[in-house]
Design a protein around this ligand. Structure first.
Ligand code: FAI
Length: 512
């Protein structure tokens, strides 16, 4: 008897060619589940239907096809265990040499708009993962292939080993099989979790992704790196219109840029220029061009080699100005055709279109030795209705709007963060400082004379009144901060004494 292969694939890419070679070059006999068998029969390839082989019809609308002892016995039998051989013989089961399987497209199904729970459930493959796990477990005796890109390598193995397949190859394919079932189950588990969101973090969390792009290197040239896709859309759905390949640091910066720009609704033109994940300039204005020009001018030195995020499609006027500076990347929800042509002359500049800038991950993950930390994303929106005005001096409506702008920016600056703004443009950003008054000094120094009458935001509370006094001395007239220090009253007293408005948000926005 010749060798036996079981083929049961949803993704039928290259299956006909592969099956033909198995039969014609290596004399395999094939058995296949209904759809796969039909595809092969239509191509004139001899194949036996699983239902004919097992004597059991496919039932329950395909829920049970390959789940049969004649199939799983043939896969799981150990060729070097005498009793397994006896069991096969007594039950008229043939040993299977090759299993080719890939799974119902569950992730594609749930990414469709308006997918129902019933649709999703029908796309949970049961027989396929069972085939995969069984054949991967028994890799010592057979081969499992779950990716069309392995078909050629398998045929080559047969050629190179006089019709045999090396143990090393079989083990590597088994590992791929288990990785596939793990990722598949994780997608299902995530989908179910998303139907019943919980405040609690899960008892067990598996991060699984498919390599989307290998990266030249990581944060530094001596660190290897790759970019993985987890299933949700996000950056893997972005279109790169032009420019060099994205680097690890580009992606980290782009994500920081995306997050900051989502603070501003699409009907308020906004621009952010970032370096090393911190904004060097952010502005909101009446036009995208003006917003970008102001964000750039806020710190034009740091903007060199920066990452730009815009919350509206790039228009011609903005493209002309963007083109003038050396930038690493631009991300926007769209780009006018003529604007594309303008930017095209900067061939190295990476221009990315991300139609849905708002779509982020609900959780963030940080790896530490021996584990990782999982937390809900900081998606707390600025809500002035919950803020408390704690000074005698009350803010004007214009000051409240400015405080809100400054607060939104401070949320996205590495802690300790102090941001000084005026007319919805950042004037100074103190980022990642080890003491808050130090961050304030940096931001105020950068703002210079413009700090007079400006607004200041702090991502964390003031432990002492020194930041308030430093701010007031530079001319700041309104401050927003979380509050919550045991010495809040010292800061409030200093603000009252110096005629500064102070608003407490009750929310902290540390960013590490
Ligand atoms: N129920 C079963 O016994 C079963 N056995 C194999 N499958 C899947 O059915 C698909 C192939 O089906 P078809 O050959 O009918 O197109 C494969 O994705 C395979 O993973 C099954 N389907 C779902 O569980």
């Amino acid at each position: 008897m010749g060798r036996l292969a079981l083929l049961s694939v949803s993704d039928k890419t290259r299956i006909v060619d592969f099956a033909r070679q198995l039969v014609e070059e290596f004399g395999f006999e094939l058995i296949s589940s209904g759809g796969t068998a039909k595809t092969l029969q239509d191509a004139g390839i001899p194949v036996t239907k699983v239902s004919d082989y097992t004597g059991s019809p496919e039932i329950l609308g395909g829920r049970v096809k390959t789940l049969h002892p004649r199939i799983h016995g043939g896969i799981l039998a150990r060729r070097d265990v005498a009793q397994d051989g006896v069991d096969l013989e007594n039950n008229e089961i043939r040993a299977i040499d090759l299993v080719v399987v890939n799974l119902y497209p569950f992730e594609d199904t749930i990414s469709q708009p308006n997918v129902t729970l019933a649709d999703a459930i029908e796309q949970i493959d049961i027989g396929g993962p069972t085939l995969l796990r069984a054949s991967a477990k028994n890799f010592a005796h057979l081969t499992v292939l779950c990716k069309p890109e392995r078909y050629d390598a398998y045929l080559q193995e047969l050629r190179d080993n006089q019709g045999d397949v090396s143990l090393e190859f079989r083990q590597a394919r088994a590992a791929e099989g288990f990785t596939m079932t793990m990722a598949y189950d994780r997608a299902i588990s995530n989908y179910f979790a998303s139907l019943q969101p919980s405040e609690e973090q899960p008892a067990q969390f598996t991060l699984s992704g498919k390599q989307h792009q290998s990266l030249r290197y990581g944060e530094n040239p001596h660190q290897s790196a790759a970019w993985y896709r987890t299933g949700t859309q996000g950056w893997t759905s972005a279109t790169q219109l032009q420019g060099k390949a994205l680097s690890y640091n580009n992606l980290v910066d782009l994500e920081a840029a995306r997050r900051i720009i989502t603070e501003f609704p699409a009907n308020e033109p906004a621009a952010a220029v970032l370096k090393h994940t911190n904004p060097c300039g952010v502005a909101v204005s009446s036009s995208l061009l003006d917003a970008y020009e102001k964000a750039f001018a806020a710190d034009s030195i740091s903007a060199f080699g920066g990452i730009v995020a815009l919350n509206q499609p790039i228009d011609v006027a903005t493209a002309k100005v963007l083109k003038k500076t050396f930038l690493e990347c631009i991300v926007a929800p769209g780009c006018e055709l003529e604007a594309r042509e303008i930017l095209a002359s900067k061939s190295n500049l990476r221009v990315l279109l991300l139609p849905d800038l708002q779509q982020g991950e609900p959780q963030t993950v940080k790896v530490i030795a021996g584990g990782f930390l999982l937390q809900a994303a900081d998606d707390r929106a600025a809500d002035p209705d919950t803020w408390q005005i704690v000074t005698q001096k009350q803010p004007t409506p214009a000051q409240m709007a400015e405080l809100s702008f400054a607060w939104k920016v401070a949320k996205h600056v590495k802690s300790n963060a102090i941001v000084v703004t005026r007319d919805r443009v950042t004037l100074g950003v103190g980022a990642g400082q080890m003491n808050r008054v130090g961050a304030a000094k940096i931001a105020l120094e950068q703002a210079g004379e413009q700090a007079k009458g400006a607004t200041l935001a702090s991502d964390g509370f003031f432990p002492f009144d020194d930041s308030v006094r430093t701010a007031a001395a530079a001319g700041i007239t309104a401050i927003i901060q979380p509050g919550g220090s045991i010495r809040d009253k010292d800061s409030i007293q200093a603000a009252d004494e110096l005629g500064v408005v102070m608003v407490l948000t009750g929310v902290r926005h540390f960013l590490h």
